[in-house]
Structure formats: C-alpha cells, structure tokens
Write a new protein. Structure first.
Length: 172
C-alpha cells in the first residue's frame, strides 16, 4: 500500500475562488495535458498517474515505489504544471497541498468517490468526474492495474453509499 499517494489542493486548503489558479491553463487541451502528465510521470519516476481537476479540487493519484514526497519533490511536480510561474507562487502552491500516503491515500480516494470530501457533501458529480478522469488517463496510458483496481473498488463502494444511505437526498 505504501506505493500509493494522493497530492491534492482542495477547498479545505485553498480559497474556493482561487483553486482554478492551480489548475494548468492547458487542461482543456487533451494533447498538451497528456504530454505534460507523461513528462511528470517520466521525470519523477512515477509508475501510474491519475489527474483530476474540478471546480473545488486539483488531485493526482500516484503510484510510485520508494518515493519521498518532500517539499522539493512537490515543487518539481508543480513546476511541470506551471513552467512559467514565479518561484514564490510555486512555494505558495506547495503550502496548500495535502499529501496522503499508503492506506490514507486509498481512503482519500474512497472519500472523494463517495462525495464525503466534497465542498457539497452528497453531490454525485464527483463520481462522474472521477470516472472521466480515469478514462482519460487510462486512454493516455498513464494508469495501470494499481489505479484500476483501486477505482474498481472505490466506484462501486460510492454507488453503494449513494444507494443505501440518504447522503444524496439533502446535499450539505
């Protein structure tokens, strides 16, 4: 489990009105996004990578052996996303990041899928966004069996939570 990590900036760590600043401007260009994600993967020795950007979150689900996810690593990671950003802005970005490792990373993915870590707890849109992010990253050959199996567990679990609880009836 120690090879799983989540790197994320969310409404919990950043002003909701500023999260869009941290999402790369080229995110809507699938070719440029794919090339950048492959470069991050190659340059940082990442085995698998899932990228998710929503209105209240920027998240990377990472599989990497023997990695120390320290501040220097995060700065190198984010400079790939924002190559022209001033150093002080990269430092600000690194200050807003939450990093989850191992079991915490898997738990976080489950919480995201089930909308327990959403700005509006119970909204179902995040599940579709997570599926779309996986489909894109899978098509781009960024993911592998580890992420596939994690999401193969997280998505049905989220559906079960929506079905067997009242979480989606009165979103909070």
């Amino acid at each position: 489990m120690n090879h799983f990590s989540v790197i994320t900036i969310t409404h919990k760590s950043a002003n909701i009105n500023h999260i869009g600043r941290y999402i790369p401007s080229f995110s809507s260009n699938s070719q440029e996004l794919s090339a950048t994600l492959h470069k991050i993967k190659d340059d940082l020795g990442i085995t698998e990578l899932l990228y998710l950007a929503t209105c209240n979150r920027l998240m990377f689900f990472v599989v990497q052996e023997n990695m120390e996810m320290n501040r220097n690593y995060l700065l190198r990671f984010f400079v790939h996303l924002h190559p022209n950003i001033p150093a002080h802005c990269l430092n600000d970005m690194a200050d807003l990041v939450h990093v989850y490792r191992g079991t915490e990373a898997i738990n976080h993915i489950f919480e995201v899928a089930a909308s327990l870590d959403s700005l509006v707890v119970g909204e179902r849109e995040i599940l579709r966004q997570l599926k779309d992010a996986y489909d894109f990253c899978s098509e781009q050959k960024l993911t592998g069996d580890n992420i596939r199996l994690a999401l193969k567990t997280a998505i049905p679990l989220a559906k079960e939570i929506y079905t067997n609880t009242r979480i989606g009836e009165n979103s909070v």
